[in-house]
Design a protein. Structure first.
Length: 388
């Protein structure tokens, strides 16, 4: 018996004024999602806790059963794992932007003109930088982005960003965020690093790296060890891939087309017990305040889900949104999201539609992200008994 957790990123929404108070899920024609709602047990889910505005990273950790408050110290390490860098215990990692600064380190362009070529050469120059007592591992990723790992003894992730997050301001001096000698030492290393980066990139359009989101390499109990089942992940977003990698799951490059991707997922489940699949696009439509696009994407995704009706006769399927992304607000909000769990022994309820309001009447009631894996393992008869 296999299990698929299908996460449509940011698909849930608040009632939208231009949709006459309905949500995109309530407006979209989505026969397959509704069929799954009829067949499964539905509910609403608080990704972490009611009203907590989550990132896609913290919510995916919770959906996989990890406590984000315990394992998440910053985005950096997850991004680093997402681009394929191997983290070790004690490492700290930052997300980086190639940027353009003037002679006084005032930021002229936070993305260095969205530089797309030649960043591999810049990366080589950065990786040649030497700072005593610390190893520097930098990797460029998409466009102007990159990740930096610092490896050495007694480093702390409790340091501030060098990224001022706006143009027209100076690159910030990185500060210790607590009174520990480790944080002070790390801050001075990072500031020395910034000086050297500016030196080796002098004369380039991208003449600085802006650092943010420092985090410590997290200790995630491997998925297989935690649950006794093997896991894989299909996603397009670096951070989701990073989480899966750090959880010891196999990461598979996603096919673009939704139908092809669902088939790819079902094929992957021949080799693994559990698959996490993330479909990113609905979230992006909400960030762009594009209601029409969001509805269209939901309908496109829905069409690709037909094979899941067959799949969920013998296996388990979880369909959900990882958080609400509000079209009006243009960002994640702390609202609950709809969820349906389908499979041979799921206790069907009376809900007939997959949307925010309909599933609120479902048999799962109101649950949290971290409840999903126990529910799934129990239905798969894979969970251990508590007590005699
Ligand atoms: Zn998300």
């Amino acid at each position: 018996m296999k299990a698929l957790m299908l996460v449509c990123d940011g698909m849930a929404d608040r009632p939208v004024r231009e949709l006459k108070g309905r949500t995109p899920l309530e407006v979209a024609k989505k026969r397959n999602m509704d069929a799954l709602a009829r067949r499964g047990i539905t509910g609403i889910l608080d990704p972490i806790a009611p009203g907590v505005r989550v990132g896609s990273d913290t919510t995916h950790l919770a959906l996989l059963g990890y406590d984000p408050y315990e394992v998440y110290t910053g985005r950096g390490p997850f991004e680093a794992a997402g681009v394929g860098l191997k983290l070790r215990q004690g490492d700290i990692a930052f997300r980086c932007n190639f940027a353009t600064v003037d002679e006084n380190w005032v930021v002229l362009d936070r993305r260095a003109g969205r530089i797309s070529r030649g960043t591999d050469e810049l990366a080589r120059a950065i990786n040649r930088i030497k700072i005593p007592g610390v190893e520097i591992i930098f990797k460029e990723s998409v466009s102007h982005r990159g990740v930096l790992i610092l490896r050495g003894k007694k480093l702390s992730h409790k340091v501030s960003d060098s990224d001022p997050h706006v143009t027209g301001e100076k690159v910030r001096k990185v500060r210790a965020l607590d009174a520990s000698p480790e944080a002070r030492k790390t801050a001075s290393i990072v500031n020395a690093f910034s000086e050297k980066v500016h030196k080796v990139l002098r004369g380039q359009p991208a003449n600085m790296l802006l650092l943010r989101g420092c985090g410590a390499s997290p200790r995630l109990q491997p998925f297989k060890e935690k649950y006794g089942i093997s896991g894989a992940c299909i996603a397009t977003t670096g951070i989701i891939k990073g989480i899966a990698r750090l959880a010891g799951m196999e990461v598979i490059e996603a096919k673009q087309d939704y139908s092809a991707r669902i088939k790819q997922g079902l094929g992957t489940l021949n080799r693994y017990d559990f698959l996490l699949m993330n479909i990113k696009e609905p979230d992006e439509a909400s960030h762009d305040h594009d209601a029409k696009k969001k509805i269209q994407l939901i309908e496109e995704i829905d069409k690709a889900l037909k094979p899941l009706l067959e799949f969920s006769k013998k296996n388990y399927l979880l369909l959900l949104s990882d958080h609400t992304t509000s079209l009006a607000y243009g960002d994640h909000t702390g609202d609950s999201v709809p969820v349906v769990l389908c499979g041979p022994e799921a206790r069907t309820d009376y809900v007939k539609k997959f949307d925010e309001r309909s599933t609120a009447k479902g048999g799962l009631g109101r649950i949290k992200g971290q409840d999903l894996m126990p529910l799934l393992l129990d239905l798969m008869n894979r969970s251990e008994k508590f007590g005699a």
